[in-house]
Design a binder for this molecule. Sequence first.
Ligand SMILES: Cc1cc2nc3c(=O)[nH]c(=O)nc-3n(C[C@H](O)[C@H](O)[C@H](O)COP(=O)(O)OP(=O)(O)OC[C@H]3O[C@@H](n4cnc5c(N)ncnc54)[C@H](O)[C@@H]3O)c2cc1C
Length: 586
Amino acid sequence: MTTYNAPVDEMMFLFNNLKDNKNYNEIDKYKEINSDLVKDILEQAAKINQQIILPLAKIGDEKPCVYENGIVRSPPGYKEAYKKFIEDGWTSLSCDPKYGGQGMPKTVSTFFEEMLSSASLSFKLYSELSIGAYNCILHHADQKIKDKYLPKMVEGKWSGTMCLTESHCGTDLGLLKTKAVKQKDNSYKISGQKIFITSGDHDLTENIIHLVLARIPGSPPGTKGISLFLVPKFVVNDNGSVGPRNGVNTASIETKMGIKGSPTCVLNFDEATGFMIGPENKGLSSMFTMMNLERIVVGIQGLGISETAYQNALAYAKERKQGKANNSKNGEADIIIKHADIRRSLMNMKSLIEGQRSLAFWVSQQIDVSLNHPDKKIKTNADEIVALMTPIIKSFFTDIGMEITNDAIQVFGGYGYTKDQGIEQLFRDNRITPIYEGTNSVQAIDLVYRKILNNKIFEKYIAQLSNEVKDFAKENKLSLFADKFFKYLELLNNFTLWLGEKNKSSKDDVSAACNDYLKVLGYIALAHSWLKILKVSHSKLNENKTFYEDKINTAKYYFDKILPRVQSHYLSAITGSDTMMKSNFN
Ligand SMILES: Cc1cc2nc3c(=O)[nH]c(=O)nc-3n(C[C@H](O)[C@H](O)[C@H](O)COP(=O)(O)OP(=O)(O)OC[C@H]3O[C@@H](n4cnc5c(N)ncnc54)[C@H](O)[C@@H]3O)c2cc1C
């Protein structure tokens, strides 16, 4: 089984030193969220994740969910753990106190999301979509629905799902066929089949609240004719108690390569009673509230799984003895961490993970500003930054998660490939993250066409980064790093100009370059995060030499060994798409 120690010190380092967004610091209600409180929450979170949730990862993999006679059963131990999980209030961490939540900012809940992903992604998925559904209902439903459904969802007694996908439509939701027919009492009868629904059915909660995309007969075709409906598994009575079974049934669950402790369900809606959320035919945009936040959470899944992979690879490298290291005076074999190549692998992981955590923390501050700042203009600006960064966090973090879990297997050698150590499970569990919530390629396409080519926010973002880094460049110890940053920023700018030009003449060139562009922007965003870490680390060196020296060394590694990847993505992308479009693939 894998081991995991929640990186509370790393998280507190960010919370104490990189809460650098002036607008975030102006939000009144977060002024009392101080360092002691956050440390206390993270230590409690570490305890439940390390002691109770981590063991569920292996159990869920070996004894997956079972579907029998229309009923889905979770793996052994999940029910008991979930009971404790909700008793301790973890489902309510970031929710509105008006509905029983604890009102913690995203800056704090993102740390918790990471820990939970590190411990067991399968277990996490039971509550994850509930928070997404909660957010969607909070922002788009009428007050009566909010009062009826949110308190139980916040408490964790009811869970939520997101029902988009149908057998013939995944990425292209305009094709969806599920039907919603209006009734005299203003409710709707929902009919159709949804597939791949995470936590679509299970035995952990008293009720499941499905958020379903469907089409009202006569609506415009494509995405313009989709509405959103709340469809409970059990009808909820007027007094809030759970009533009779609604017309939603589970046809089957999927057999999967990973996250086997999480049920992925085929759901049949047979004239199930549903209630419209948000305006008619605007369902997709309401659902985007849920999907956008979810995409960031999926990126954090990649980060969390990477952290577990890194910790285990590091521990193994410190005990496995093979071969002699260069200049070894040891008569016997050395531990493999002495080999430069193993150290390269571990430093790749470490420098990417720490940079990503810092970037996620910065984006979390922007989310908090976008949701809570009193000034509308500041809110909108932050919202645009979040929109720009969402595909980066989702795709870049989860692709890097594949790289890191793959490299971790390699550090373990043959023992990584076999099941005993649990490392191969991390690779399998992470493999879904580049696929669900919109595939990573589709995220990259969204980034380039909707956010780079069609939007001024990119220029604002780059101007903000450049101004900050120009300031860093004035400091002796940072100037070399700042110079390197600007060298690669120039490539990003050239790449952006190239996209703009190609967009006029060859869309295929642009489409073929989207994945590379997303990576380039991701590596630049991480370099910016590392510069901020460097600045703090130099100024605090006397406080904790070992900790801050290590940060400076890791930053140097990132700039020397990882950031140059930008160039190879750029050079590859600008060769265009001719060869791929010409191939007849015979
Ligand atoms: C374990 C699991 C859990 C899931 N949970 C949920 C859930 O809770 N709720 C839910 O609604 N769905 C869920 N899904 C569905 C998931 O979101 C979809 O599988 C995903 O969006 C991709 O859709 P698809 O599988 O139909 O692939 P397709 O859309 O058929 O895509 C196939 C390939 O084509 C590419 N592609 C598609 N369109 C384009 C384009 N325009 N340009 C370039 N390339 C393109 C894609 O990137 C992909 O590589 C889940 C899936 C799995 C496997």
